[in-house]
Design a binder for this molecule. Structure first.
Ligand SMILES: O=P(O)(O)OC[C@@H](O)[C@@H](O)c1c[nH]c2ccccc12
Length: 258
């Protein structure tokens, strides 16, 4: 599955490059009024556990998640409920995401926005910047050590942050060696879709306290959050539970204060 997504993403990048070359994107970035001030990392640096709320229409493991996908209002509700940041899926073929969702959401909320996609080319980081994102996801399993290091540097030059996603000790070591300052452990195994939040708890001890540690996927209850908090997790990334909840405000408050 992951290989298929990567392949399709590479095709998408080469199509986009035909419309706007990388040089053209860089030129645009220099000519728009953008800030270079790392808001994503700042938003996750509070004392309490931070919630990154995800705007997600569908996924390969769950199919269609949101029948009613009023994405700008969903993002505004997340913000009003106290989410620290918003994650927006932009991958179109497997997650029914869109760059347009990200662009419109970033314009309509004040909290920082993460571009959730399968970055396989530096081009996608420049695109993310132009769309209004403050951060990108870098999945260690699909990038070489050199790419990780290079892409982290690009995000820094652009005033952005990167979550480096890891699934095991080896990927965590690679993330840290590449210079990651935010590490996310995906509780969902992208190879077989199985979910276990103990995965991030187990791997927490492999990451120093000065690196922001995020637990991603499969988080459903305030008990899950309490357990993650107890284990020094700095932030959680939650999609499906929030997308399926009819009152996102109540849900986020319950998760945060429960
Ligand atoms: O909907 P969930 O189980 O709460 O998961 C959200 C988020 O962690 C998940 O969408 C995700 C984490 N890492 C990814 C990488 C690619 C695509 C999606 C993801």
């Amino acid at each position: 599955m992951l290989d298929k997504i990567v392949e399709k993403t590479k095709e998408r990048v080469s199509e986009n490059k035909k419309v706007n070359s990388l040089d053209r994107l860089k030129y645009k970035i220099l000519n728009i009024d953008v800030k270079f001030n790392y808001p994503f990392k700042k938003a996750l640096s509070s004392d309490d556990i931070a919630i990154i709320a995800e705007v997600k229409k569908a996924s390969p493991s769950k199919g269609l998640i949101a029948e009613n996908f009023d994405y700008v209002n969903i993002a505004k509700e997340y913000e009003a409920a106290g989410a620290s940041a918003i994650s927006v899926l932009t991958e179109p073929y497997f997650f029914q995401g869109s760059d347009d969702y990200l662009k419109k959401i970033a314009k309509n909320v004040k909290i920082p926005v993460l571009r959730k996609d399968f970055v396989v080319d530096e081009y996608m980081i420049y695109e993310a910047k132009l769309l209004g994102a403050s951060a990108v996801l870098l999945i260690a399993a699909i990038l070489s050590d050199e790419q990780l290091e290079q892409y982290l540097t690009i995000t820094r030059v652009l005033g952005m942050s990167a979550i480096v996603e890891a699934h095991d000790e080896n990927e965590i070591k690679r993330a840290i060696d590449a210079g990651a300052d935010i590490v996310g452990v995906n509780n969902r195994n992208l190879k077989d879709f199985s979910v276990d939040i103990e995965n991030s708890i187990r791997l927490r001890r492999c990451v120093d306290e000065d690196i922001i540690f995020i637990s991603e996927s499969g988080i459903k209850t305030k008990e899950d959050i309490a357990r993650l908090k107890e284990n020094n997790v700095d932030a959680v990334l939650i999609g499906e539970t929030l997308m399926k909840s009819p009152d996102k405000k109540v849900m986020i408050r319950e998760l945060k204060n429960g």
